[in-house]
Design a protein around this ligand. Sequence first.
Ligand SMILES: Cc1ncc(COP(=O)(O)O)c(C=O)c1O
Length: 286
Amino acid sequence: MPELTYLNGKIFEAGETRISTNDRGFIFGDGIYEVVRSYNGKLFGLEEHLRRLQQSADAIDLKLPHTLEEFQELVETLNRKSELLETLVYIQVTRGTEPRNHLFSLDLPPNVFITIRALPDIPGEIYTKGVSAVTVHDGRWNMCHVKSISLLANVLAKHEARKQGAYEAIFVRENGVVTEASSSNVFMVSGGILHTHPADNRILNGITRQFILKLCDELNIPTEVRPYSKDELRRADEVFCTNSVHEVTPVVTVDGMTIGSGRPGPITNQLMRAYRQLVKSVISNQ
Ligand SMILES: Cc1ncc(COP(=O)(O)O)c(C=O)c1O
């Protein structure tokens, strides 16, 4: 099965799923989501992703219709049913369906939508050669810690990157602070220290980001979790992005300026390997 889709208790073939145009996700972007990757049929970090789904739900006053244990069972069952080994799992919960009105009914049942897809091909070159990034203005709202389905700013940022021939867009606030990228967290290495923006309301606290910070502790790589500027980013020795699908992706140019040697740096490579090793050991113990 190339794609398995689940909506509110039923499984559909790809393209057959129907939802009302009164779904508040469709009308308002009133919903939250998670993306999880599976390796060899096992979901990596599912519990962490579901905990974050709960945090997003709490932050927008949405009562999840299942417990996290029920969600876990459901997602694992669907992933097995897909019979695919390497998958990308998308979990979306919207506030529910009712005629358009900003004010929502308090007893509205949420819509749960899940897709299981074969992991798209990821060119190995992004890891061996690295990718280019451009900086874009971060004009997003102040609740970026919520994994909201309202992603217009992120969509436009990625579009801007493409227009400039780049792979990823890195958000920079009006005060010059680098926050994160359009669909990943951003790290830079400067003077042997790994820097990343604090997990506050300006970024999504990536599950991969959290694993990377833990790995740094284990590997004795010094870290500074603090806001840093676009100038510091451009002068960094190494830059990389992280997300659950693409893991650790080296960035070798920012705004056309070469980062370090112009090749993925040693700390980036070390963390890329360590993350893959972590995934391997976690899934082999499942
Ligand atoms: C804006 C943004 N920041 C960070 C991330 C990384 O999150 P994770 O590592 O949990 O995939 C994502 C992932 O989609 C994202 O969209």
